[in-house]
Design a binder for this molecule. Structure first.
Ligand SMILES: [Fe+2]
Ligand SMILES: [Fe+2]
Length: 255
């Protein structure tokens, strides 16, 4: 009998190895955000704290209905640890807001739109919406880090950036597997609408958070180039994930 090695087993080990990353952060730091830092970044940190919470529940439900993902015994355990890591990001930002005396948001219309979109969508759109947010989180946290002198907030951004870079690989794998059964033509079409979704979301993110980018000295052009660069990396990961999985299956079958 031949068994196909699960790419999610490696991801399960990866997430498990992270443990509680917040323990290493300098929570005793007494720096208070200046008025201009609060003005430029306070609202954005509130929004991201809300957005990072509980991502992936819809993806899990839908993935359990997709043959290949549901059949992989490591998919759900890895996904649960991934969701926990995202919730950890929200918890770090929440604790930072609490320390600064900035209230947490209970709801925001942007967050509401994306949550509703994920609820209405099928598996692929749900995964695409999530990963689009992951891609755009990278330039945002890079800029937020540059926009503040708070050692704690800078350390939180660094930690999240390390995690998010890995999340792109993880999500690229999942989207690649979801798109694997598609014909080449359909894959091109799906890539086209995903790029359209990405561009729309990138413009919305700039409109909502440009004060952070401005405070960090970023122009729109720099933001746009950086966002495009990360999206191109994601597209490559998606393409490679289907191909790599085919090779892995073939090798395992040949053994
Ligand atoms: Fe995150
Ligand atoms: Fe993430």
């Amino acid at each position: 009998m031949t068994t196909v090695a699960s790419p999610y087993e490696r991801w399960h080990r990866h997430f498990q190895g992270h443990g509680d990353a917040s323990l290493a952060l300098p929570w005793q730091d007494s720096y208070r955000l200046t008025d201009s830092e609060r003005k430029s970044a306070g609202r954005s940190i509130q929004q991201f704290q809300l957005g990072e919470w509980a991502r992936g529940r819809g993806l899990k439900r839908r993935a359990l209905g997709q043959g290949e993902l549901a059949a992989d015994p490591w998919f759900v355990p890895a996904l649960e640890l991934f969701i926990k890591e995202e919730q950890g990001h929200s918890a770090m930002l929440g604790r930072f807001l609490d320390q600064q005396g900035i209230p947490r948001l209970e709801a925001h219309w942007v967050d509401g739109i994306f949550r509703r979109l994920r609820k209405l969508a099928g598996l692929e759109v749900c995964a695409a919406v999530l990963v689009t947010a992951e891609v755009l989180a990278v330039p945002f946290y890079q800029a937020l880090k540059d926009a503040t002198r708070s050692p704690l907030l800078r350390a939180i951004c660094s930690r999240i950036l390390v995690d998010e870079a890995a999340h792109l690989n993880y999500q690229g794998l999942t989207l690649g597997l979801i798109r694997r059964p598609l014909t080449d033509r359909s894959r091109v079409l799906h890539g086209f609408w995903h790029r359209a979704l990405f561009h729309g979301t990138a413009l919305l993110l700039w409109q909502q958070h440009r004060a952070v980018f401005r405070a960090a000295g970023w122009s729109f052009f720099r933001y746009w180039s950086e966002a495009q660069r990360w999206f191109a990396i994601l597209e490559m990961k998606i393409r490679n994930s289907s191909a790599a999985f085919r090779v892995l299956c073939q090798r395992t079958m040949d053994q």
